[in-house]
Every structure is written in structure tokens, then in C-alpha cells.
Design a protein around this ligand. Structure first.
Ligand code: SAJ
Length: 460
């Protein structure tokens, strides 16, 4: 019927899979952050007509000028020129929804201050899409943000009811979790396996065709939406638990005069031992956040998530543990707490990216500052406005001098490869703390550093 009107059919129909195979679809990405922007670029590179939507003037203006609005340098050369074909950037979700067959929602799913899931972005983005979806178009609306099982149904289906829209008639709803790894060129949006959940298997299988154009890895329909929702959240829960184990061992083994890294490296000779590394803490917008989504859902169904909760507590307390060790090292070296000067190498939550979200450097620095120690930082991936007030930002590491301790907080290559001999010579007290276990402590000791690290029997 729609074809007879002479306009391109906007939405799902029996020809959707073949149009996906040929790239003959318009895809709208709602939310152009660390996940949405690479996803939009990926679908455009895969041959689709892409609309990108964001509410941020900073992001929209940058993209309208062909600039990268994000801290991930890998995107710098990938931003399409503003006048490129098949590339439309707008603030209007309604405009994009009217123009697209598929709308993919990639908005943040943070936790609130009291560590409860914050679904306001998912709700508002869904509402804006559904209000513009129209009747009978079967617009395909896919949530990619990380949530817990049941969020898509509990957040979006009531909106459909409120607007008088019917799933399978006016819209199609699916869930396909993003598995994007910031700063990792080998696991970008075009190189990761995907799973798709949808209440209608025919629609779900047709979406496999869409995502197979995006990624070279495995793409599969896994059943109802909740299966796909649960898949993504437990991937990150598992990671948080594994990291918590090595962080807990990093507190135990030094008391036994053992270096945890010696033990972990020896254990890793076993074929099925999964190697993780202790650190000053767990940051980012995924690993320290997603477990709270699973904990919330488990609580709602009355099954306490004791292991997940305990692991989260271990990782959340790691900065405070490390702070105690640092203060002990300063005390032993005769550095007065009130007046001690500490330099953090790196502030980002992860090596190789400029992203300070949930970085453990923040609580660690705060814990030191509250005892009178001053904290400075040098992070070549971040600009001064990314660093909180109260932290002195060092622009030139070769000019850094008169510090009592250096903490390697982020294992950026630039932090690992700096002139350690020169820095040691400029220290007031040459105490080094490797917070990410990436340095050769013996070599540092030979240079004149009092070399310590997370999980080592700190002797100096
Ligand atoms: N961390 C440790 N020890 C480890 C690994 C990580 O302390 O052994 C710390 C990191 O320093 C960082 C935090 O944990 O502060 C998170 O690190 P991450 O490597 O997990 O990086 P993320 O947060 O970017 O996680 C992403 C996730 N990807 C998606 O959600 C799509 C995660 O699922 C991936 O497993 C992870 O990248 C990855 O594989 O690197």
C-alpha cells in the first residue's frame, strides 16, 4: 500500500532483510557519544544513509564543522565532512525518525549518586522517537545502551501504550547491546560480535542482516529482548568480579611478603586461568556501573546478588586502600603529610583514551588531599577542564620537579615511556608507586627510585 503512494516505505516489511543486505535503508542514531558516534560512522561506512542526533550543541557544532567532539583520538580521521552524502546531523529526533527506517538509541545509562540505575535518557529518547514514529510504519527502534533485563519492556512499552502505538503494527522494538571498546582499534564497532533480542523472531532474524553489514564478527538472534539485555550486563559483571579478585589478592599477598604479580603470572601458565591485573581501582562508564544494574534487577526479584555486590565493594574501596599505602610510604620516607607533593601520571580511567569518567584517580587524589597532601597530574590525553578543581595540572612533564612521590595512575604509553631517570633527578623524594603494574620495579630501583606498586610488598 505504502509503495503505491510513490514514497519509499519507511520501516519494517518483508523486504527489510534484502534492503539491509543492499544497504538500502536509512538508519538514525540517537545519541552521538563514545558509542553512538562510532556506530553512526560505521553504518555510513557500511553504505547506509545515516542520520545522527544529539542534544549537545558542542557535539552538533563540532560535527557540523567536520570535527571530532570526543576524546578518542582514533576518531579524529573518521569524522565525515559535513557535506558528505548519506550523513545528516541534527538536534531533532523527530526529523531523523521521520526520515529513517531504523532508529538506534545509544544514550547513556549511568547510575545516580545513590548508585541506582538512571534510565531517564532511555525513557526520553524512546519517547521522542515513538512520538514521531507515526502509525502503521513499523519503524524499527533498537536500544543499544547497557541496561538490565526488563528495561526495554518496562521503559518503552508503556510509552507505546500511552501513544496508542502497537508493537508489530506501528513499531518494531529490539535490543542489541553495544560492545564497543573505547581506544581499542581491534574491537571497534566494526569488529565486535553482536547479539539481537526481539519479541518477533522474523524481525529479529532480519536485523541480523542489518548488523552483519556493520561488523565482520558473529551476529546472531538470541531470542526475546531480555536475553540480549542480560547478555551485555553480565559480560561486564563478570569482568568486575574478575578484577575484584586480583584487587583483593593485591591486598592479601603483600602481607605474606609475596608480590601478587609473581603469583598471577605463575598461575597464568595454567591453560584456563584468566589473567587480570590489580590497579588503583576500576573506572569507566561500563565496568563500575553495569553491576549496579544487575544488582537492582536481582533485588527486584528478591534474589540477593551477594557476589556481584561484594566484588563491586572491593573495587570501589581500592582507591582508599591504595591511599593508605601511599600515606605509609610517604611517612616512612619522612615526608610530612601536611605539605607532601604527589604527581599522578595519567588521570584517565583507562590507558590510551582521554576519558575521566569514574576514574579511580579522582577518589584516590581526594583521599590524599584530605590529609594535607597536594596532588598534581599529567595526562596527555586530557585537557585541563577534564581535571577537577584542586588538582594542579602539569602541562610539560619534563618541567615537573620537587615532588615527593610519583603515582602511575593510568598506563598510557606516554606515561610508561617517559624519561624516568630525568624525573627521578628532579624529585624532592624519589618515591615511585606503579598503580597499574606495568613498570619494571627492579629497573626503577636501579635508577634511584624507591620503587613500589599495587600488590607488591612495598618496602620503600
Ligand atoms: N582494569 C583493571 N584490571 C584489569 C582490567 C581492567 O584494573 O585487569 C580497570 C581499568 O584500568 C579500568 C577499568 O578496569 O579502570 C575498566 O577497564 P576495561 O578494560 O574493562 O575498559 P572499559 O571500561 O572500556 O570496558 C570496555 C567494555 N566494553 C563494553 O562494555 C562494550 C568491556 O565489556 C570490555 O571487556 C572492555 O572494554 C575490554 O575488553 O577492554
Amino acid at each position: 500500500m505504502k509503495q503505491e503512494l510513490g514514497r519509499k516505505f519507511m520501516g519494517w516489511d518483508a523486504g527489510f532483510a534484502s534492503r539491509a543486505d543492499s544497504g538500502d535503508l536509512s538508519v538514525g542514531i540517537i545519541g552521538l557519544g563514545y558509542v553512538g558516534l562510532p556506530t553512526a560512522i560505521g553504518f555510513r561506512d557500511a553504505g547506509f544513509n545515516v542520520w545522527g542526533v544529539d542534544l549537545s550543541d558542542r557535539i552538533i557544532n563540532a560535527l557540523h564543522e567536520g570535527r571530532n567532539p570526543l576524546g578518542d583520538p582514533d576518531l579524529d580521521d573518521m569524522i565525515p565532512a559535513p557535506d558528505s552524502d548519506r550523513w545528516t546531523i541534527t538536534r531533532s529526533t523527530a526529523e531523523a525518525t521521520a526520515a529513517c527506517d531504523v532508529l538506534i538509541v545509544t544514550v547513556p545509562t549511568p547510575v545516580s549518586d545513590d548508585l541506582k540505575p538512571d534510565l531517564t535518557y532511555v525513557e526520553s529518547a524512546g519517547r521522542a522517537v515513538f512520538e514521531a514514529a507515526g502509525k502503521g510504519n513499523r519503524k524499527v527502534v533498537i536500544l543499544e545502551s547497557t541496561v538490565y533485563p526488563g528495561v526495554t519492556a518496562s521503559t518503552w512499552l508503556p510509552i507505546l501504550d500511552e501513544l496508542g502505538l502497537t508493537e508489530g503494527v506501528d513499531v518494531e522494538v529490539a535490543y542489541c547491546p553495544e560492545r564497543f571498546n573505547p581506544g581499542d582499534p581491534n574491537h571497534g564497532v566494526r569488529q565486535v560480535a553482536r547479539v539481537i533480542g526481539c519479541s518477533d523472531p522474523v524481525v529479529g532474524e532480519s536485523l541480523v542482516h542489518l548488523y552483519r553489514r556493520l561488523t565482520v564478527e558473529d551476529v546472531r538472534y538470541v531470542g526475546k529482548v531480555e536475553v540480549a539485555e542480560a547478555t551485555k550486563v553480565i559480560e561486564n559483571v563478570q569482568r568486575d568480579i574478575n578484577i575484584a579478585l586480583v584487587n583483593e589478592l593485591a591486598q592479601i599477598f603483600p602481607e605474606l611478603d609475596l608480590d601478587v604479580e609473581d603469583v598471577l603470572s605463575a598461575a597464568a601458565t595454567k591453560w584456563n586461568f584468566h589473567r587480570y591485573t590489580p590497579g588503583i581501582g576500576v573506572g569507566g562508564h561500563c565496568i563500575p556501573v553495569d553491576p549496579y544494574y544487575m544488582m537492582q534487577r536481582a533485588q527486584e526479584v528478591g534474589v540477593p546478588a551477594e557476589l556481584i555486590t561484594a566484588a563491586r565493594a572491593v573495587n570501589r574501596m581500592m582507591p582508599r586502600h591504595v591511599s593508605g599505602v601511599l600515606r605509609e610510604l610517604l611517612y616512612r620516607a619522612g615526608v610530612p603529610a601536611d605539605g607532601g607533593r604527589v604527581l599522578f601520571l595519567g588521570w584517565s580511567y583507562k590507558a590510551g583514551v582521554g576519558d575521566a569518567r569514574e576514574t579511580p584517580a579522582d577518589p584516590l587524589a581526594a583521599s590524599l588531599i584530605e590529609t594535607g597532601i597536594s596532588v598534581s597530574t599529567w595526562d596527555p590525553y586530557l585537557s585541563a577542564e577534564d581535571i577537577p578543581d584542586g588538582i594542579d595540572v602539569i602541562e610539560d612533564i619534563d618541567a615537573a620537579s620537587d615532588f615527593d612521590m610519583v603515582v602511575l595512575a593510568t598506563a598510557h604509553p606516554e606515561c610508561m615511556d617517559l624519561d624516568w631517570q630525568g624525573l627521578c633527578a628532579r624529585m624532592r623524594t624519589p618515591i615511585l608507586y606503579d598503580g597499574r603494574r606495568v613498570l619494571d620495579l627492579d629497573a626503577m630501583q636501579a635508577m634511584g627510585w624507591k620503587a613500589n606498586a599495587v600488590g607488591s610488598p612495598n618496602k620503600y
